[in-house]
Structures are given as C-alpha cells and as structure tokens.
Write a protein that binds this ligand. Structure first.
Ligand code: NAD
Ligand code: MG
Length: 398
C-alpha cells in the first residue's frame, strides 16, 4: 500500500483509539506506511499526549484551550508542535493529508470536517451527526474541492463495500443490533438508568453512540446518514434488527440479488477500510467462523417501543432543518438523560415534540446551507427539546 498521511480529529475517543490501533498494527507488521500529520482531541490531554509520543504527528491540537499548558508540558522537547482552540483544530484539518478521520462526537465535528474537505483532503467520516446536520454541504464542497467522503460507520461502510458501480440499486438495508433494551418492556425502559442504557450487548463505543443505540436514535441518525451519503430516498432504505451484529449492511439490486457485508462487530474493520481504501489493511479483527455461529436472526423494528426510525423519516420529510432539529434535540436530550434530569423514554418523546414544533415554526423553511444557519437551527432544536423536558419535569412535580 502506498504511504498514507493521516490526520485524526477526536483521536482520544472510542473510534480515534481504534484508529490508532489499526495504524500501529499496520506499522508493526510492515503492512502499511502511515505518517501522522495531526492529532486532535476535545479535552483529554493525557491520552492525546500519549498518542502523540507514540505516533509522532507534526501537530497535536487540544480544542479545550484551558488544557494547552498541560499539553505543552507533556510534549515539551518532543519536537511535536502544539496548538489549542477550535480555530487551531480547523487549521489542523486543512493541513494536507491523504485521509482525515472525522471522529469527533456530535455536531461539534462539522466545522473541522468542512475545513478538511475545503482543503481537498479525503475524509473518512465516523462523525454521523455532522452528516445528518451538514451532509449536503459536506458533499457539495467535497465535489467542488475534489475530496472524497468515505464512510466509517459500520453499516455505511458495509453498503459502500456492497454497492459495486452503484448502478441498478433497488434498496439499501442497514442492520440494528436492537441495543440493550431489544426485549425490554416499556415499563422497564421507562426506569432505565444511564449505565443500563450505555451497556451495549455487542459493540464497545463512546457513551453517546451507546445511549443512541439503546433508543435507536443511532439508527435514526444512520438512516438519515444513508439517505445523504448514498442519495437514496427514505422509502428505499430499510432497517432490520439483527441481534448478532454480523451482517452490517446490504445492497439489493433490481435483478433480485442482494449483496451483504459480514464481519465480527469491531469498528477496526470499517475504520481500516476507510483509511486504506482502495487497499485493505490487515487488522487484528476477530475472524468470522460461520460454522461456529449458531444462527443469524433478523426481525422488524418494534416502532411502538422504538419510534426513532419513524422520527428519522419525518425529519427527512421536513427538509434540511428537520434533520438538524432531530440531531440537536437528541443531543440535548442525551445530555439531560446522562445527567439524570430526564427518563429514558423522554429522549425520543422530546425529539418528537421538537420536530412537531419546528414544522410549524419560523425556522421550518431554513435551507441550512451555511454553518451559521445550521448552528442557529441546531440551537433552536436543542431549545425545543430542553423546553419539553423542563415542562415534563414540572408535570411530574420534579
Ligand atoms: P467518544 O465520545 O468516545 O470520542 C469523541 C472524541 O471527540 C474524543 O476524542 C473527544 O475528545 C473529541 N471531542 C469531543 N468534543 C469535541 C470538541 N468540541 N472539539 C474537539 N474534539 C471533541 O465518541 P466515539 O464513540 O469515538 O464516536 C465518535 C463519532 O463516531 C460519533 O459521531 C459517533 O456517532 C461515531 N461513531 C462511533 C462508533 C463507535 O463505535 N464508537 C461507531 C460508528 C460511528
Ligand atoms: Mg453504526
């Protein structure tokens, strides 16, 4: 494989650390020649410094400016340049590289991804919230500046691997594990704690992605992500619950053929694919032995307990602002749930209410074509969800 220059935004998170493992393994085995241009994280200065000393990037960026001195101290004498703040992050994203791994969590990752794309850097994108909020902008700028956008989310990586030349596609399927509450009753879900919701049965992920997987808001975001990345209308995207998380995505063709991608559930597989594309990088991912799998199950999403996919369809129907509101309302409700100020079922309820109020409000026709517009509608969506949650607390006498 040709040498690759890589930058990672969100290097200290779950995806970021898996990417570091992929790169280390490829280096150790002589399978890939990676040069690291920039590493960036939010506030985890200890891990960022550790990674920097291991991978020797040109630049290490900490978004939280209050941690700058600590990063300076930890990297002093290493020859690695240090920078801090959001604008430094955006500048790092624009440094020439072969692949920019967008692995920041939440819509906070959108600006640096756009900055990478506008510099003509190919982007390996894990940060689904930024596609949900600004996917159209990312893709049109990518086209303008000659940058590729390669999916990292396992379902989208799977579809990307199944698409072939992209012709004669009838339907796309993304699979959902069903999360920790797949078989739980509504009463059990109403009482669920953040720790229970974050305990994913198959995947090890950051806390946001894990809680989103429990509500199926993760699948709602991925549904929108698929519609944007593959330019597919919602009626041609299907979600199927597959508790074993072995089949990640499928492409159905007009002749009745279906091509699926399988692997054991480990994000190192799709990360390595996006970093190495069009080549494949050898990884430590556990190999799949089909004869040892008792079975593969597939079932429909129970929309009564999990309204998230219906909300994704409604958000798409509402246009670009609807997608931003679905995401920002969910980010606000996620925060409220994890800090103990709302119940588990309130997450999707508040998102549903936010979409409803947005549809008849003054932002409904917003095209969300600029970062400013996206941020403004995002703040409105977060306000709507927080407002609903506040009223719910009062109703409950809290
Ligand atoms: P995480 O919470 O483990 O890590 C997030 C990273 O982003 C950290 O490095 C953190 O320091 C950084 N960060 C957070 N806020 C920031 C800010 N304002 N500025 C700069 N950096 C900031 O999250 P994760 O699970 O690794 O997920 C990252 C993204 O990948 C998410 O969008 C998630 O939906 C997506 N994703 C994750 C998985 C998974 O298995 N974890 C799978 C598919 C997609
Ligand atoms: Mg996924």
């Amino acid at each position: 494989m040709a040498a690759r220059r890589i930058s990672i935004a969100g290097s200290t998170g779950s995806i970021g650390c898996s990417a570091v493992d992929v790169i280390q393994h490829a280096r150790d085995t002589g399978a890939g020649d990676f040069e690291i241009v920039a590493l960036a994280s939010g506030s985890n200065v200890e891990r960022l410094a550790e990674q920097a000393l291991l991978l020797r990037p040109e630049l290490a960026v900490i978004a939280d400016e209050t941690r700058r001195e600590e990063l300076d101290a930890r990297l002093s004498g290493s020859g690695i340049k240090v920078a801090a703040g959001t604008s430094a992050l955006n500048e790092a994203a624009a440094m020439p590289c072969d692949r920019f791994l967008a692995a920041i969590v939440g819509a906070a990752g959108l600006e640096s991804t756009l900055s990478a794309v506008r510099a003509g850097n190919d982007v390996a994108i894990a940060n689904k919230e930024s596609i949900v909020c600004g996917g159209q902008v990312i893709l049109s700028e990518a086209q303008k500046y000659g940058a590729k956008v390669l999916p990292v989310d396992s379902e989208h990586s799977a579809i990307f691997q199944c698409l072939g030349d992209g012709r004669s596609i009838e339907l796309l399927t993304i699979t959902a594990s069903g999360g920790p509450f797949r078989t739980a009753s509504l009463e059990e879900m109403a009482r669920a704690t953040p720790a229970q919701a974050a305990a994913h049965p198959n995947w090890s992920m950051g806390v946001k992605n894990s809680i989103d997987s429990a509500t199926l808001m993760n699948k709602a975001l991925e549904f929108i992500e698929a519609s944007v990345l593959f330019d597919m209308p919602p009626e041609r995207i299907d979600v199927v619950v597959h508790p074993q998380s072995i089949v990640h995505g499928m492409a159905h063709f007009t002749d009745g053929s279906v091509i699926a991608q399988l692997s054991t559930p480990d994000m190192k597989a799709p990360i390595s694919y996006a970093l190495g594309w069009p080549d494949r990088i050898p990884t430590t991912v556990n190999r799949l032995h089909l004869s040892q799998l008792a079975r593969l199950d597939f079932e429909e999403v129970d929309e009564a307990r999990f309204p998230a996919i219906r909300l994704a369809r409604e958000a798409i129907a509402l246009g670009p602002g609807g997608r931003v509101v679905l995401n920002s309302a969910n980010e606000a409700a996620f925060e409220a749930f994890t800090n103990g100020s709302c119940g588990f079922l309130d997450i999707t309820r508040s998102v549903e209410d936010a979409l409803e109020r947005f549809s008849s409000g003054s932002f409904a026709s917003s095209k969300c074509e600029t970062l400013e517009e996206i941020a403004e509608v995002g703040r409105y969506g977060a306000f709507l969800a927080s407002d609903w949650l506040e009223r719910a607390r009062k109703r409950a006498g809290g």
